[in-house]
Design a protein around this ligand. Structure first.
Ligand SMILES: [Zn+2]
Ligand SMILES: [Zn+2]
Length: 348
């Protein structure tokens, strides 16, 4: 039986899940940002202005969806020289389009841009009390999750963070593996924190975003969401289910598993790398075959349990695999990670 890792049904919608407007420190108004992305073929934008939660449901129609969201930061600069401070940046996305308030909010930055006029007395009472520690950040994430928000951990490299800062985080939905604004600033993200979390058994999704502040940040990294429609609930359902991939270029048309073989259909690419939590031979590169206009890569997922060290190709049941699709221009797409335990047919 064929299993679809990215759903067969539905439509792909192009999304940017991290951006800024004049409501915080972006160069463009929310209306201008929407127009730029719509003109570039996007259908979904999450407005993640810093430290202020302003729903944009009035932007949504049959061709466009605004996801209500915001970004907070918790920094250690009170304790260290300003230049070297680390910082946690997290995005919070409302599962319910009618959410009018965020459970986690800091008023310290609402004085930038055009945001002050939106700041209500209710918001001012919900100041983030977090300090720079894993324990405190986990409390923020927990509160957000309990109140109907899901959370992305943003740009660890730009934030000067390392394993000690993120390995203990709990309850994350996503992690940025690409952030165009951070690339512009010379601090490109990597997949190291993503794999570090996966190797601990924490299921997080890879996100490519723009974090658009200025014109140069637009259209560098995005998420292709496969949803039944552009309705808020359908898109949130698809995001929470991992029914998407993220990319800086390559396109994925199909990702399915049948008879222990993964089939990946893409546009023209260079190769596909399978990443697992095992060293070689768990991580392998596969070259595609051209079939008409589509490139097709068939990847056998072999399980050899009888001789773990010598023969294991892809791993034990708690192991995962994920794909990186590499374009000829060096651009890359990232699938979610999948746990072998969810595919019992591989062990028969
Ligand atoms: Zn940020
Ligand atoms: Zn940001």
């Amino acid at each position: 039986m064929k299993r679809w890792l990215i759903s067969e049904n539905g439509n792909f919608y192009k999304a940017c899940l991290h951006l800024h407007t004049t409501l915080s420190d972006g160069d463009f108004t929310p209306e201008e940002v929407k127009q730029k992305y719509v003109d570039a073929g996007y259908s979904i934008l999450a407005f993640t202005d810093h430290d202020i939660f302003i729903p944009h449901n009035d932007f949504s129609d049959e061709k466009f969806l605004a996801i209500n969201s915001h970004e907070i930061e918790v920094s250690e600069y009170l304790f260290k020289p300003n230049r070297y401070h680390k910082t946690y940046h997290l995005n919070f996305y409302a599962k319910d389009r009618n959410a009018t308030m965020t459970p986690v909010f800091s008023e310290k930055r609402v004085y930038i841009g055009e945001s002050p006029k939106y700041v209500t007395e209710e918001m001012k009472k919900t100041d983030v009390w977090a300090c720079y520690s894993v324990r405190s950040i986990n409390e923020v994430i927990r509160i957000a999750n309990e109140n109907g928000f899901f959370v992305t951990y943003n740009h660890p490299v730009w934030s000067l963070q390392n394993y000690a800062d993120y390995a203990g985080l709990e309850g994350l939905w996503g992690i940025e593996v690409w952030n165009t604004g951070c690339v512009r600033e010379g601090m490109p993200d990597t997949t190291v924190p993503f794999d570090d979390l996966l190797r601990q058994g924490k299921d997080v999704f890879p996100i490519c975003s723009d974090d658009s502040h200025v014109a140069d940040d637009f259209f560098g990294g995005w998420t292709m969401v496969k949803a039944d429609s552009l309705d808020y609930d359908d898109v949130i359902k698809a995001l929470l289910a991992g029914n998407f991939y993220s990319s800086t270029g390559p396109e994925i048309y199909e990702l399915s598993l049948e008879d222990k073989v993964l089939t990946v259909k893409t546009n023209e690419i260079a190769n596909i790398r399978v990443v697992s939590d095992w060293r070689a031979p768990g991580t392998k590169t596969h070259t595609p075959e051209r079939e008409g206009d589509v490139f097709v890569t068939r990847i056998p997922l072999k399980i050899y349990r009888e001789n773990y060290r010598a023969k294991m190709v892809y791993g034990a049941k708690d192991s995962y695999f994920r794909l990186e699709i590499n374009g000829r221009d060096g651009k890359r797409a990232y699938t979610p990670a999948y746990r072998f335990r969810d595919f019992p047919e591989l062990y028969q």
